[in-house]
Design a binder for this molecule. Structure first.
Ligand SMILES: [Zn+2]
Ligand SMILES: [Zn+2]
Length: 420
């Protein structure tokens, strides 16, 4: 097997990894680079891969499959530009969430997977056998992979952590004898720049959210990503324990409708209700075929008068819903849980949102934890799985891997062939 990291040996996001043999060519992830304003120092690196994109050079070595680890933009963002005849592999819920986001943003086209990834269900692409393993990450339905061919074994972690609700899955992966002694481990290292960093667990974070909600007399507005399901579950539990009604907008309701029934949703959870943000609703009714996205949740709607009067709500919001809060909800004695990366606070809309609450003397609490592995998790991963070689990916500090694990770490550059 030969590995080429097309992008990711020295940056976070925009991931694209190729594994090929004499017979097969497979691409893992086709990510878009993260927005420049968060990494202004770094020059953009063009992703040039023969036969992958509509406008790539065509050779006689067709690509046999694109495998997507999870639906974050830095792993799937370039999927629209890839050639349609390449079979696509992704988790089912992951694909459904991606397509729901397409429906609402009118950006990008819906994907049509060739086959869905399933936990520990191996499949072959010519002479390469791939085994997906569900893994803990801030995106629901994320996978790591064991890739085998001609008695060689490569592991690719995708993005992962152990401090989320599904931490046991990560342990299952690295403690599983099947994954041990790999010839090469491709492992993410997003957080390695924070030396000896210990991440707060999602469960601990949920307890903090509950205490904060307990202290708030009015409504609690939670600024978080609708697709961060682990977080949403913790916030829901905190709301339930503090006897609040959990209120989501129609976009989030549609995302939740793609999830297994055990995840809070409007249909089977009586204490989950829906509201219709003004601009989003206008947009849905203006566009053909989109009415149903709004209409199907009509019976779970919280009535106008209740929305205006109630002070026992926990409302999941986005920064562009400020006018809905101002005009249609009760924000006296309310508070805000800021549950996103701190860096987003410099975004103009986020700033305006938070300033509104500051001016109204509402408490704002940052309650967030990383979607990526901390140092202890990485140490345990390597200790148990005992790889022969390590290639760091999805990191700006591959040299820290060298510092931690010595000469089994291979530091290669983007686009270089590495023979396994
Ligand atoms: Zn990523
Ligand atoms: Zn991710």
């Amino acid at each position: 097997m030969v590995i080429i990291i097309h992008r990711g040996t020295n940056q976070v996001g925009g991931s694209c990894i190729e594994v090929y043999t004499e017979q097969a060519r497979i691409i893992f992830d086709v990510g878009e680079e993260l927005p420049d304003k968060f990494q202004p120092e770094r020059e953009k690196k063009l992703l040039i891969v023969d036969d992958l994109f509509v406008n790539s050079k065509t050779t006689d070595r067709k690509i046999d499959g694109i495998i997507i680890s999870h639906n974050h933009g830095d792993h799937i963002g370039l999927i629209d530009s890839t050639r349609e005849d390449i079979p696509l592999f992704i988790g089912k819920t992951s694909a459904d969430v991606h397509n729901t986001i397409c429906d609402f943003t009118s950006k990008g086209e819906k994907i049509k997977p060739y086959k869905y990834l399933e936990h520990e269900k191996s499949f072959n692409i010519k002479d390469i056998e791939i085994t997906p393993f569900l893994i803990d990450h801030s995106a629901f339905d994320s996978y790591a992979f064991m890739i085998e061919s001609n008695d060689k074994k490569v592991l690719y972690t995708g993005d992962f952590r152990r401090h989320g609700a599904k931490g046991k899955l990560t342990e299952w992966f690295y403690k599983n004898p099947k994954t041990h002694n790999a010839n090469v481990l491709l492992i993410e290292g997003t957080n390695l720049y924070k030396e000896n960093y210990i991440a707060e667990t999602e469960i601990h974070l949920g307890k903090r959210a509950e205490e904060f909600m307990q202290q708030t007399k009015g409504n609690v507005f939670v600024l978080q990503s609708s697709a961060n399901i682990d977080r949403l579950v913790e916030i829901y539990k905190a709301a339930k324990h503090t006897k609040r009604l959990f209120l989501v907008d129609i976009f989030t309701a549609n995302i939740l409708a793609q999830m297994p029934d055990s995840i809070p949703n409007t249909k089977t959870f009586k204490d989950v209700k829906v509201f219709y943000p003004y601009w989003l609703t206008q947009h849905l009714f203006k566009e053909e075929n989109k009415n149903s996205l709004a209409n199907k949740f009509a019976k779970y709607k919280l009535e106008k008068s209740e929305l205006k009067q109630r002070t026992d709500l926990c409302v999941l919001v986005r920064e562009n819903m400020l006018s809905d809060i101002e005009k249609r909800m009760n924000y006296s004695e309310s508070s805000v849980i800021y549950s996103k990366w701190e860096g987003y606070k410099t975004d103009e809309k986020v700033e305006t949102f938070l300033n509104f609450f500051k001016k109204n003397n509402c408490a704002i609490e940052s309650i967030h934890t990383s979607g990526h592995a901390d140092t202890n998790t990485i140490n345990d991963f390597i200790k148990y799985s005992k790889p022969k070689k390590i290639i760091p990916v999805h990191t700006e500090t591959p040299e820290i891997y060298v510092k931690l694990f010595g000469d089994i770490v291979v530091e290669i550059k983007d686009s270089i062939e590495y023979m396994v």
